[in-house]
Ligand binder design. Structure first.
Ligand SMILES: Cc1cc2nc3c(=O)[nH]c(=O)nc-3n(C[C@H](O)[C@H](O)[C@H](O)COP(=O)(O)O)c2cc1C
Length: 192
């Protein structure tokens, strides 16, 4: 019983510390995900930092078939499209740190993330990019983030290899929580 109480004290003490440290620098975790990997990663980051989650969701959903989805995405890229997304981040001004989780699509960000970045003011905020990919790592996405939000500070990124062909499969992202936590701490962000 005494051991349990001690554990509970330490655990809840740590949680409170993380909340307190990150409260002064409010955190947003924005993500776009088709087959669930970037969503899973965003969930881990939000859980570790206490950040607010925001899903970048297109009004017109992408096809469920991998081949069809890649065709639509290729056309959007070729046409430099800005697919409409639903909603926007409420009170963006309150955030100083933004984690941006997305899959690599055709070597860069999905065009819906272009829409998201252009729709918000990132002046003075630090964007930490996190990509899930099938082998191309960040591709050109970091350059594109810089172009789309030139007034943001681009923080160190995290790239995770995970390849899925179906939406709503069990996500294949298997970044151990301790690695996510270590990456956050390396970047000066308090993490549970
Ligand atoms: C439309 C589309 C385009 C893709 N293009 C690339 C690519 O150029 N390079 C790459 O490494 N992976 C590519 N992939 C694989 C995804 O980046 C990978 O499966 C990612 O983990 C999916 O994340 P999600 O589950 O959050 O959607 C592509 C996947 C799709 C659906």
């Amino acid at each position: 019983m005494r051991k349990f109480l001690l554990f509970a004290l330490v655990f809840f003490g740590m949680e409170a510390q993380v909340e307190a440290q990150n409260q002064s620098r409010k955190i947003l975790v924005a993500y776009f995900s088709w087959s669930g990997n970037a969503k899973a990663l965003a969930g881990q980051i939000a859980q570790a930092t206490g950040g607010d989650l925001f899903e970048i969701k297109t009004i017109t959903p992408y096809p469920n078939s991998y081949d069809e989805c890649t065709k639509v995405a290729k056309q959007e890229l070729a046409g430099n499209a800005r697919p409409a997304i639903s909603g926007s981040v409420a009170n963006m001004a309150q955030y100083s740190i933004v984690f941006l989780c997305y899959p690599n699509w055709w070597g860069t960000l999905p065009m819906a993330v272009f829409t998201f970045l252009e729709a918000h003011d990132f002046s003075g905020k630090t964007i930490y990019p996190l990509v899930t990919h099938g082998g191309s790592n960040f591709g050109r996405s970091l350059d594109d983030i810089k172009k789309l939000s030139p007034k943001a500070i681009l923080g160190e990124g995290l790239d995770v290899s995970a390849f899925d062909r179906t939406p709503n499969d069990a996500p294949k992202v298997t970044v151990p929580n301790k690695d996510v936590t270590a990456w956050l701490r390396k970047n000066g962000i308090a993490a549970k």
